[in-house]
Ligand binder design. Structure first.
Ligand code: G3P
Ligand code: CA
Length: 269
């Protein structure tokens, strides 16, 4: 099968390691994408937020509490929002111990560090800009880092990058700035709404519990901004039975914290 482009309806779905191989290593750290790479996964997903001094960092929550030791290091800085800390402060935090003592010392990567590691690992990325409404201008900031790290050249844009968001407004902005980048909308718009989304995104990436065979067929029947059929990467699928169901619907990608479980579940005999 095609090893360059994400697969289309008739191929096996690509398996994307959600926040890295996040069931096995601390989410959104370099260790989590290295783990995915060691397990043989080319595609990883991440989440991007912005610090007080404008650095982009990899973090799912807009708050540092759950996945770092911020309360210990900065006890008087409640409520510990990413946007209230500088990049230098965030660089001091331990983003691994909460998950497992053996990951003590893992850091919150900057987007720049992260892109460089994805490249070194020969991986591909589903990049999610989180809560763009909190961070005016984050679309251009993200493009600046992608440019600096070499991710806006034809090879990367052509086959190694998908940019997704729950915000349609943000994806419209990205499309206006860089129509060539492959984009995904996170959600489950009605079939009647799909033509509007197909003007600015190439993928509709829906929660796995919200989709059906018919919905996936409706997505594939539409053509996106690059005049190719719309695709669907579904999330977050950690059970074998759910992976088999999504595969049966003909999805193009499955995003999972346990990509090994998905790979085994959908393996052809
Ligand atoms: O990639 C899809 C998924 O990551 C969206 O939800 O909250 O895990 O970022 P969330
Ligand atoms: Ca995400």
């Amino acid at each position: 099968t095609n090893t360059v482009q994400a697969s289309t309806a008739t191929d096996s779905p690509v398996v994307v390691a959600h926040r890295g191989a996040s069931a096995y290593a601390p989410e959104n750290t370099l260790a989590a994408i290295d783990k995915a790479s060691d397990m043989g996964f080319r595609w990883v997903e991440n989440d991007v937020q912005r610090t007080k001094d404008g650095e982009l960092v990899i973090m799912h929550d807009d708050n540092l509490k759950r996945t770092t030791n911020v309360e210990e290091v900065f006890p008087d800085r409640s409520p510990w929002k990413v946007a209230d800390f500088t990049a230098a402060e965030i660089a001091k935090l331990d983003a691994g111990s909460w998950f497992d003592a053996k990951y003590a010392g893992a850091r919150v990567p900057t987007l720049e560090q992260y892109m460089n590691r994805v490249e070194q690992n020969h991986q591909k990325l589903v990049l999610e800009v989180k809560k763009p409404e909190l961070y005016p201008g984050i679309e251009q900031d993200t493009l600046d880092v992608l440019k600096k790290t070499g991710w806006l050249d034809r090879e990367h844009v052509g086959s190694k990058l998908v940019w997704q968001s729950f915000s349609a407004d943000s994806m419209r902005k990205v499309h206006a700035l860089r129509p060539d980048i492959k984009k995904g909308f996170l959600g489950t718009p009605s079939v009647a709404e799909l033509p509007e989304y197909a003007k600015f995104v190439d993928q509709i990436n829906s929660r796995h519990t919200t989709i059906s065979y018919a919905y996936v067929a409706s997505i594939h029947a539409m053509r996106g901004p690059h005049d190719k059929p719309l695709e669907i990467f579904t999330w977050t699928v950690d059970e074998a039975a759910d992976a088999q169901r999504a595969d049966g619907y003909g999805v193009d990608g499955i995003i999972s914290n346990k990509p090994d479980v998905v790979r085994s579940a959908i393996a052809d005999d």
